[in-house]
Design a protein around this ligand. Sequence first.
Ligand code: SF4
Length: 353
Amino acid sequence: MAAPLTATPTDLYGLTLDELRFLMAQWGLNPIHASRVWNRLYLGLASTHDEIHGLPERVRAGLSTHARLGGLSVSSLAESTDGFTRKYLLGLDDGERIEAVLMRFTGRVTACVSSQAGCAMGCVFCATGQMGYRRHLSTAEIVSQVVHVARALALGPEPSRLRNVVFMGMGEPLHNYDAVMKACGILRDPSGLALSAARITVSTVGVVPGIRRMADERSPIHLAVSLHAATQDERAALVPAARKWPLDELMDACRHFCDTLKRRIFFEWTLIEGRNDSELHAHQVGRLICELPVQVNLIPLNPTAGYAGTPTRSEAAKRFQRVLSDDYGIPSTVRQRRGIDIAAGCGQLASPS
Ligand code: SF4
């Protein structure tokens, strides 16, 4: 159940409340204090041992010996000129760096977090894919990003509570399934951050075993699938992972998800001018997904150094949307562009070398 006893301090942000109780007992500390510690982590958004106050001295000392809090240091912070987006470059213990983004949309604030340092999927238009895979993030490193953003919001000039989390930062979340799903469970704990499952979205490029596993485990977390093309050849040219998990297998897995969970899937489509944004493409995707309960998010391409494509113009995006709605009854939105001036948009996150 819990992490084994080791000489290395255990990161408290990687533990469930039950694991925290169990480990405190293993450390010789009365587990009756676990709830207090948990409160300070998720209601107090503690970042240091000193912020876990109200504990007997012996318990504080024991925690200092056996436990640590988050392993993130802020290397830099960038704010978009419109003030809607803030991007954090965060350093990890081993020198890897990741990015997390706080985005303000009309009526909501969202944390976009990373699940890996780098990414193995190699999507051609994505800055993370262009840097290659470094390693999976631990549950603690994932939860710590969310806590970091929640703390920034709580301490801001207009304090507010974080309610939405998307796994659309660096990495493929379903390639790091166990750590990501455990993090989701911690974030949802009603005695902690208490995020609703309906406000957590995992975005995958199409890792078929992960989609099937979410369905079979009856995961309450929302799923977004990055499609980008509706034929196998066109998709494999944009998303190399499609060679491993071909389009027909992906669609079978999506059907399994919808049928099993009786829930819709979000499909994401990066609109690249002249590449996948014609009315023909809209008809292709419409035919492919019209039998499923879906919502399509259209994302005009964001520029990256390693890809020469350009974003679709707004007229073409509207035509695409019209085909989806009028001919196939598929609802869609065009993603509000946020943080492009600080390279915090979709597909732009990467750690500088
Ligand atoms: S789009 Fe997502 S899955 Fe594809 S390379 Fe980028 S981070 Fe990885």
